[in-house]
Ligand binder design. Structure first.
Ligand code: FSX
Length: 376
């Protein structure tokens, strides 16, 4: 019996308790992919532009299913410079074959950004008849032959680090190149292996998953996946306790955390068998799944998100920098309002506590004075 799409989504979003972390679901996954004896696998050409190669490395760290299971039973990986053995003419021959003989029969996965300055010559991949071929040329050819494009990693989805100012190579994202092609964006620097594998299996079995307005699969990046809303340090934010330096207890907002404006499920999914994730390890969320990464929020990686005015709270606006309640987006305003209210109560509580302590102190003093007087 094949599993339903609903059950598949439950497995991949981890909403079946204990299931997503268990090898038990692998056979179900393979049933979902309807794979028998290698038939029905998804032919994939995975091309790499300007990148650090973190994306394929993340992909091969997939646990359930493992990378070999994915490669043998879920996809047919025709080409990937990091993972394949072939080099030279044999490797470029695969790309030529796919663009001429396999039109419409494969998916193009792309990681890394695409430089367009100097006619793309900042990134060349192989030669044909002794002439270098730019990544831009390959990507345009492969993209028009592919049935769909999956952009993997923040460099491919939004431009990422290679496109950061001043962007000397004029690095572009897949969405800048492919205007009329079915396109899925899986951002993250790098993306979690489950996001890559889960999306590919969904494409294979059920077609393109439901996407948000940035073409990200909502199962991993939906509006309910705001890092800040699911962060285990949220209690500190609500209580107005902010770490001022790395290693200190508190919300990491003042150390540059972009959680309030970032979407993905890493705070509940975790990395490395769910053992850890960015904020739990003390490193603030850098917002690597967002088009603003790395420099577009108006603040540096480890600088606080820029202050915004919070409607109706003029008194607090004046103090926003001091108390650290100022967020970089419309969604943040509501959070800020909530947090400010909590901060005010927390401040009031602290004031009350201080008042109580000083009352106790003076009480103690007067008791001591009375005792001293009685002793005289
Ligand atoms: Fe970019 Fe991927 Fe960051 Fe690195 O290949 S998304 S720099 S993890 O490697 O493209």
């Amino acid at each position: 019996m094949l599993i339903t799409r609903k059950k598949f989504l439950q497995i991949f979003t981890g909403s079946v308790a204990g299931f997503a972390l268990s090898n038990l679901w692998l056979p179900k996954l393979l049933q979902a992919a309807d794979v028998k004896n290698g038939k029905g696998r998804l032919p994939l050409v995975w091309f790499q532009g300007q990148n650090c190669t973190g994306c394929p490395v993340s992909f091969i760290n997939t646990e359930y299913p493992s990378a070999d299971e994915v490669l043998i039973e879920v996809i047919t990986l025709e080409y990937n410079p990091t993972l394949m053995g072939a080099t030279g003419d044999i490797a470029t021959g695969v790309l030529e074959r796919m663009t001429s003989e396999e039109k419409g029969k494969f998916i193009l996965a792309l990681d890394g950004s695409i430089p367009v300055e100097d006619e793309g010559n900042f990134c060349n991949v192989g030669e044909i008849n002794g002439k270098s071929v730019t990544a831009l040329e390959w990507i345009q050819k492969l993209g028009s032959a592919a049935s769909a494009v999956v952009a993997i990693g923040t460099c491919a989805t939004w431009g990422g680090i290679p496109a950061a100012s001043p962007n000397p190579t004029k690095a572009k994202a897949a969405r800048d190149i492919f205007k009329d092609k079915p396109l899925i964006n899986i951002p993250g620097c790098p993306p979690h292996p489950d996001w890559i594998v889960g999306t590919l299996v969904h494409v294979l079995k059920y077609g393109i998953p439901i996407l948000d307005d940035l073409r990200r699969p909502v199962i991993f990046f939906g509006p309910d996946k705001v890092i800040h809303d699911n962060c285990e340090l949220r209690q500190y934010f609500d209580a107005g306790i902010f770490a001022k330096d790395f290693g200190e207890k508190g919300c990491l907002y003042e150390l540059g955390c972009k959680g309030p404006v970032s979407h993905c499920d890493v705070s509940t999914r975790g990395w490395n068998s769910g053992v850890n994730w960015c904020n739990r390890s003390g490193g603030p969320c850098l917002g690597c799944t967002e088009p603003t990464f790395p420099g577009g929020t108006g603040s540096g990686l480890y600088e606080k998100l820029p202050a915004v005015q919070v409607p109706g709270l003029a008194e607090i606006n004046a103090n926003a920098n001091t108390i650290g309640i100022a967020l970089g987006g419309a969604a943040g305003v509501a959070i800020a309002g909530h947090a400010i209210a909590r901060t005010i109560s927390s401040k009031k509580l602290k004031q009350k506590e201080k008042q109580k302590n000083s009352e106790n102190e003076s009480k103690k003093d007067s008791e001591q004075t009375i005792n001293e007087k009685e002793g005289e």
